[in-house]
Design a protein. Structure first.
Length: 417
């Protein structure tokens, strides 16, 4: 009896929900522009808030998932008229929704499991970096020199075009996945051979700080595999070391061990990233290696993500606004200023070069490359100019003003076609 009553209530509720949904959808379809405008505003605001504050991810998630649910429930993605008006919006929500699913933490089109299965050959840590003595030496700052001697010894037996390039440095951008406060790294670039189908691998060990009790576990790999058309495909994987009681060290995938994963591409827009270390953290004997790996990065040409991500779904990036738009936003005469001239990021950070700097993106990296003086290339701006440049670029991208929407909003509303 109880069961029957509760079932009845359940079906009544369900019916209520269905009618609510269909009335809601019917109303939405009468005035899709109003709904889209409101949701685009909410989305851009939530993204801007999260860009500035890592703690705002719940609100952002709700916004993205809410829009995705409505698109699905109201079958808007099957509505030809809606699609033709709002193609960018639909595709963007699809792309942003990927890493909201628990089995798509990497944010790729396929589930994480499938990605790691299919790309194993590209991201394995080379056998010679799994030598037990090397692993022990590389686990601590105090024994890093021993680890480097081992690498030098390997180099003495390798051909000139197979020389490992390596150096240690402190990251100015982020800790390791297992410790937010750990910034020391050893980076080893292992040359590939495209004729033999061997990718170039950038293998990065997190190094335990001097005196720290708990060992750092993470080891990351990014690889670049040359395509026949001259572009490179990039592949990603994090590994975790397990320090056994008997002193041995085991390595397995971080995701496989159950420690989740990250959306690498939201920071790695250009596939592999150049290294911009903390000033003074690279010894004078290793400065040359930093320059060399950064030069190597530039030689890859356009980096892509194979069939796992279509970066064009994320739209135009920072600094793609027109001069007229800028004049309107920042005042007449603005385009004469040094800051305006420096808003040229998209000359190089565009789809067929370094990749667009678009949402989702990481504030720390953008901010650091601008205020740290690396970007834009070829400009010497004073500190004040640099912070103005940063602020203007961000404002121009995320503005939700109806009269003067920013880059992201304009694109989502189909106004940039
Ligand atoms: C929050 C931003 C961020 C995320 C997310 C991120 N990285 Fe990175 N990664 C960086 C930055 C910045 C560098 C450049 C070195 C530095 O400044 O620390 C870097 C460098 C690396 C390097 C050294 C080679 C290179 O590209 O310079 C590897 C390997 C690497 N990351 C792997 C990964 C993998 C694998 C993932 C995803 C599981 C990932 N990263 C996610 C920011 C990030
Ligand atoms: C003339 C070409 C050029 C311009 C203009 C330029 N960059 Fe770059 N950018 C590069 C190159 C090349 C690199 C790789 C590091 C290097 O070689 O200095 C890079 C690296 C970066 C990186 C780290 C890698 C990545 O893709 O995330 C960021 C962030 C960045 N630039 C931001 C900017 C911003 C913001 C602007 C505009 C204010 C800008 N850049 C203007 C060429 C350029």
């Amino acid at each position: 009896m109880r069961l029957r009553i509760s079932l009845t209530i359940f079906f009544l509720l369900l019916a209520g929900r269905t009618t609510y949904a269909s009335t809601f959808c019917a109303r939405l379809k009468l005035q899709p522009d109003a709904w889209v405008a409101a949701r685009v505003n909410a989305l851009v605001l939530a993204a801007h808030t999260l860009f500035n504050n890592d703690n705002a991810s719940d609100a952002y998630k709700r916004t993205v998932n809410g829009i995705a649910t409505t698109l699905r429930q109201c079958k808007l993605t099957e509505d030809q008229s809606f699609i033709s008006h709002y193609r960018e919006f639909i595709e963007y929500i699809e792309a942003l929704s990927l890493d909201q699913q628990p089995d798509h933490e990497l944010g790729f089109i396929v589930p994480d499991k499938q990605y790691f299965e299919e790309t194993r050959q590209y991201v394995q840590i080379p056998e010679f970096l799994l030598d037990p003595n090397f692993l022990r030496a590389v686990s601590r700052y105090e024994t890093l020199d021993q680890a480097k001697s081992y690498l030098r010894q390997l180099n003495s037996k390798r051909e000139s075009n197979e020389q490992l390039i390596f150096f240690s440095y402190k990251s100015r951008h982020l800790g390791t996945p297992d410790n937010d406060d750990s910034y020391r790294r050893l980076l080893i670039v292992v040359p590939g051979n495209s004729q033999k189908g061997i990718p170039e691998k950038w293998v990065q060990f997190g190094i335990t700080d001097p005196g720290a009790r708990v060992h750092i576990r993470n080891v990351s790999v990014v690889s670049a595999m040359l395509n026949p058309d001259g572009t490179n495909n990039t592949y990603f994987k994090d590994f975790y070391r397990t320090y056994m009681r008997d002193g041995s060290i085991r390595i397995k995938g971080r995701w496989e061990l159950g420690y989740g994963d990250d959306n690498c591409v939201l920071c790695h827009k250009s596939g592999i990233l150049p290294i911009f270390p903390v000033d003074g953290s690279v010894s004078s004997g290793e400065q040359q290696e930093v320059a060399e790996v950064n030069q190597r990065f530039l030689s890859y040409g356009t980096l892509r993500f194979d069939k796992y991500l279509d970066a064009s779904r994320f739209g135009p990036g920072l600094a793609t606004a027109s001069l007229a738009d800028r004049g309107g936003r920042f005042g007449a005469g603005f385009d004469e200023t040094v800051v305006a001239h420096a808003m040229n990021c998209a000359a190089c950070h565009k789809p067929d070069r370094l990749g667009s700097l678009n949402w989702p993106m990481d504030k720390t990296i953008i901010n650091s490359f601008i205020t740290g003086g690396q970007m834009p290339r070829g400009y010497t701006l004073k500190d004040k100019g640099r912070s103005a440049l940063y602020e203007k670029l961000i404002q121009e991208y995320f503005a939700t003003d109806n009269a003067r929407p920013g880059i992201l909003k304009s694109w989502l509303l189909g106004q940039l076609r």
